[in-house]
Design a protein around this ligand. Structure first.
Ligand code: GCB
Length: 604
């Protein structure tokens, strides 16, 4: 799916700004045929939750309504008009001038609809009904319940089966873009690189709607110099002396695609792409033929007031902080991030592990791994109870369709911390991995991120992954305050993985300790800034001993909002930055470590 951009043939109208807003109390029906009966307002894009000061609105589970009027310039009425949502969390019914025109389920991927048939001259009324409900069939997974209050009103509740606040709303830009009636529908770019020869063959497939006489593809380098020009929906261009897209040293070519008819360019779209090669070989993760070492983070889309809504200033700041620390990568834990962030990472050379919103696929939880270690057939209710396969398949399709051309994406993460220690998990995941591998034109490596209970003995799905990605909390959730034992456990487990799967690279995709900024302890007690630093020093030491250990992505970049609970003090405090992005003490240690670890060739 193409990102909406303005070109010589396309106009983009941004509907960001102030919208009408109301929470649906489900007392009486709200008719989309009538203007929304409210004077409340909300900013888009953003989560609605933290813009309101009312607890019951902030924590509302159920339906929410948004409305905005817009006009379309007469000059555009003959163009194809497409309404596009960057995301709508988690489920959306869209009405234009009172008519339902589209529906989408899944809160982190874009969707669009042609609106020519519904547009009127003058004011158009766009109404969106959203649901933030989650259950055992949705991604993420929520525990849903309902009851009646003393007035007989239905009260819905979602108990997040995951550790982040269930922010909702129109999180990403809502835009109308135009194309001519005959247009370029999609572009697929697959670079094949011969690193030694500094040469690349780039396959470019263009999907068009309509009958063009010619589809012309012209590739430009960063200086705007033409590198190649070819014709056809399926073409192959060769680039000599190719400039590679490298971690933290990005280089982007531009493919200018034109649909030509009667000698005139009817439609034009420009797609940026990087040329790089990603492979997994003999326990190494190779980028452009050299062993890459992941240094970075699990993140969240989470900022004050905006909640999970797009916040481009924070995106830029976060990447600048990463670069200053010598970090080179992050994982889009635990859902696909905005397209704007992905474009930024392409341009900044930030390496991304792109994750689906499959989090919470686990209906039992224990740190007592001994029950799992006894035999091969541990089974909990997860795979009998959970009904997420359809949503999972849909989001894999949508994510790969959206992000397939991004140079920054080097691996797909199919899920975070699913019950892969339980019987039934292999049967659930095998078709999903197959699907992802089939769909990805660039054939990137695939993984899932494994939970602590899924030890080398207990995990049932490791055969499916290219990289063993582990979330481990030795020294925090277990052996809390005892870094000596935690160190032994860490070493022992990593050695066990390496021995069992000598050809699979291993990395940490989470490890961390809750740390209250400003809390100090002469004894290095848990929650203090001293403990956080000792914890990271201990882990680093073990990582450096393990040859196949190819990366450290700590948890978390910044403190973030979660649901309430006795384990959380206004959110999760494992950030190495506060939610405002003030550094905790450990940032100095990690900056020093990471600035001294090369991106490529650390562990030859
Ligand atoms: C995890 C989860 C992450 C949590 C983290 C924690 O394993 O993947 O979503 O926030 O642990 O801090 O408990």
């Amino acid at each position: 799916m193409l990102y909406p951009i303005a070109t010589e043939s396309r106009v983009v109208v941004d509907l960001s700004g102030i919208w009408k807003f109301m929470v649906d109390k489900e007392m009486e029906p709200i008719e989309a045929s009538q203007p929304l009966p409210t004077n409340e307002v909300i900013a888009v894009p953003a989560s609605f939750n933290d813009q309101t000061v009312m607890k019951e609105i902030r924590e509302h589970s159920g339906y929410i309504w948004y409305e905005k009027e817009f006009k379309i310039a007469k000059a555009l009425h003959n163009e194809r008009l497409v309404l596009r949502f960057g995301s709508a969390t988690h489920e959306a019914w869209v009405y234009l001038n009172g008519k339902e025109i589209t529906y989408h389920k899944g809160g982190f991927t874009p969707f669009e609809v042609e609106i020519n048939d519904y547009i009127v001259e003058g004011a158009n009324r766009l109404t969106v009904r959203l649901s933030n409900l989650l259950d055992h069939s949705t991604l993420p997974v929520g525990n849903y319940s309902e009851k009646k209050d003393e007035n007989g009103r239905l009260i819905r509740k979602v108990d997040e089966n995951f550790d982040f606040f269930n922010y909702a709303g129109l999180h990403r830009p809502v835009k109308i873009y135009t194309t001519p009636r005959e247009y370029i529908e999609d572009i697929v770019i697959v670079p094949n690189v011969d690193v030694a020869a500094k040469k690349a063959d780039v396959q470019i497939s263009v999907k068009t709607a309509g009958a063009f006489d010619e589809v012309r593809v012209t590739v430009f380098d960063e200086e705007g110099q033409q590198v190649a020009q070819v014709s056809g929906n399926e073409s192959n261009i060769s680039i000599e002396n190719v400039q590679l897209w490298q971690p933290l040293n990005a280089y982007l070519y531009t493919a200018r695609v034109e649909g030509i008819k009667g000698g005139e360019t009817v439609d034009v779209y420009e797609e940026l792409f990087g040329v790089r090669k990603v492979e997994v070989k003999s326990g190494k993760f190779l980028i452009n033929g050299e062993p890459f070492y992941f240094k970075g983070f699990g993140k969240h889309e989470d900022t004050y007031v905006n909640g999970r809504g797009l916040n481009e200033a924070y995106n830029v700041l976060d990447i600048n902080l990463m670069k200053q620390m010598g970090a080179n990568s992050f994982r889009t834990s635990h859902y696909p991030y905005s397209e704007e962030m992905m474009r930024l990472c392409d341009r900044e050379g930030i390496v991304v592990i792109d994750e689906t919103p499959a989090v919470g696929l686990m209906l039992s939880f224990t740190f007592d791994v001994s029950i799992l270690e006894k035999g091969d057939d541990f089974e909990d209710d997860t795979w009998k109870d959970i009904k997420t396969a359809e949503a999972h398949e849909q989001v894999i399709r949508e994510l790969i369709d959206r992000d397939k051309n991004h140079a920054c994406v080097v691996m797909w993460s199919i899920a975070n911390e699913a019950a892969t220690y339980s019987k039934g998990s292999y049967e659930y995941f095998e078709p999903l991995f197959k699907l992802a591998r089939e769909l990805d034109p660039q054939k990137r490596p695939c993984t899932y991120v494994g939970i602590m209970m899924a030890t080398p003995k207990a995990d049932k799905c490791t055969d499916l992954v290219d990289v063993i990605a582990l979330n481990r909390y030795y020294g925090w959730y277990v052996q809390n305050g005892d870094l000596k034992t935690a160190e032994e456990k860490t070493r022992q487990e990593l050695l066990e993985w390496q021995e069992k799967y000598p050809d699979k690279p291993i990395m940490y995709t989470e490890y961390g300790a809750d740390t209250v900024a400003g809390f100090h302890s002469a004894y290095g007690e848990p929650f203090s800034e001293e403990y956080q630093e000792d914890y990271y020093r201990m882990n680093s030491k073990v990582f450096d001993e393990i040859p196949n250990f190819v990366g450290e992505q700590l948890w978390n970049f910044a403190d973030f909002q979660t649901k309430f609970g006795i384990m959380r003090v206004q959110g999760n405090k494992k950030g190495i930055f506060t939610r405002e992005r003030e550094p905790k003490m450990v940032v100095r240690y990690l900056s020093n470590r990471w600035n001294n670890i090369p991106n490529l060739g650390y562990k030859k």
